[in-house]
Ligand binder design. Structure first.
Ligand code: FMN
Length: 355
């Protein structure tokens, strides 16, 4: 053996599980319960499950002798319940709401699910006993299950890249959440690549292109860079990137509304927006050069914005850099836009985009 028991625990902890409290009752009506993460499904037809209990456990005799048990699957707000049932020598059911299940076995209230079982086998398993139960009655609630791994309680949520189990096709269900997560983790590296210029991450929010993260440079274009800001769709580099690469109904409608509002305000677009979109599509990223000072930035700025795509080819994020015009060449082939484009392509690839 190349390990001690501590190392074995660490390795087993790399396999996250749910958390259950297994309950039973003895012939005198005394209730027992233990927290257990050894629960596992065994068979669907007949419906069999198992869990294993330490032979040292003070409730072991009760579980060994009883004919029935209930597996209560803890909900994610039931850490106190799981902790209470993991202690020995206390009144485990104090303050716990229970129902009487089949054979009088207690069912804990507020769980994610429970399974009422008849014990059909008990096998020796080293210092544990493996109990196999035939499932007779089940109940699922809408609560999220609690998880356990690496020695701590965890919460569960669906993987953004997850999709359907066992198929790669569904990888395309990626959302911008995963893109923001990946880009945030790489933000320092990308800033370095673009020469320590201000970098912004934007997603398509319910009001249009929305900045969700800024990484200011040492010379930010404004001391007031804010997240949650919705940027102009037809004129900012970020907006044009969404308009050019996220062509769907929502962007088309938003573009139409914004151009109409500008026309009403006496600032007709005269085809400039269409030209910006066409150049963006030609170069693979959007540009806004020589933008005059505004309440957002107090100097004239140049900006570029590169799209990040998911596995389905949908734009999920814009990587944008904005910089005082005298610190960033406006050329499409300049070092900064090309580095930004490379970073965006790298992120797209990590999200499963074929390129
Ligand atoms: C997350 C977690 C999972 C556990 N899983 C098991 C298990 O699968 N089997 C087991 O025998 N004990 C397990 N334990 C420890 C028991 O809960 C604990 O030894 C038991 O409650 C002792 O109670 P008793 O003396 O009343 O039998 C676990 C504890 C925790 C916190």
């Amino acid at each position: 053996m190349n390990f001690d028991s501590k190392q074995l625990r660490q390795v087993l902890g790399a396999f996250p599980t749910g958390v259950t409290v297994v309950t039973t009752v003895d012939t005198s009506g005394n209730a027992y319960g233990v927290t257990a993460n050894s629960f596992s499904s065994v068979s669907l037809d007949p419906p069999l499950i198992l869990w294993s209990q330490s032979n040292q456990s003070s409730s072991h005799a009760a579980f060994k002798d009883s004919e029935r048990f209930v597996v209560n699957i803890m909900a994610d707000d039931q850490i106190p319940v799981a902790n209470q049932f993991a202690k020995s020598g206390i009144d485990k059911f104090a303050g716990i709401d229970v129902l009487q299940g089949l054979g009088g076995v207690p069912i804990i209230d507020g769980t994610a699910a429970y399974l009422e079982c008849r014990k059909v086998a008990a096998y020796p398993g080293g210092d544990h006993t493996i109990f196999v139960g035939l499932v007779e009655h089940i109940q699922r609630s809408s609560r999220n299950p609690l998880a356990f791994g690496q020695g701590r309680y965890m919460v569960t949520f669906a993987h953004d890249l997850g999709g359907q189990v066992g198929t790669d096709k569904e990888l395309s269900t990626v959302s911008s959440i995963e893109a923001v997560r990946l880009a945030s983790a790489a933000i320092a590296e990308i800033c370095e690549e673009i020469g320590q210029r201000t970098l912004g991450l934007a997603v398509w929010g319910n009001q249009g292109p929305t900045i969700v993260r800024w990484e200011p440079s040492k010379m930010p274009v404004s001391p007031h860079l804010q997240t949650g800001v919705v940027v102009n769709l037809t004129q900012s580099a970020t907006g044009v990137a969404f308009a050019a690469f996220m062509h769907n109904e929502a962007t088309a409608r938003a573009v139409k509304d914004e151009l109409a509002a500008r026309r009403d305000a006496g600032q007709p677009d005269d085809g400039q927006f269409a030209a910006r979109v066409a150049e963006a599509r030609k170069h693979g990223l959007a540009r806004a050069i020589g933008q005059a000072p505004s309440d957002r930035h107090h100097v004239t700025v140049n900006a570029f914005s590169a799209p990040v795509f998911d596995a389905k080819g949908q734009m999920v994020l814009a990587l944008s850099t904005t910089c005082p015009a005298d610190r960033m060449e406006p050329d499409w082939d300049g070092e900064v836009p090309q580095a930004l484009l490379r970073a965006a392509r790298r992120l797209s690839k990590r999200l499963g985009h074929a390129g």
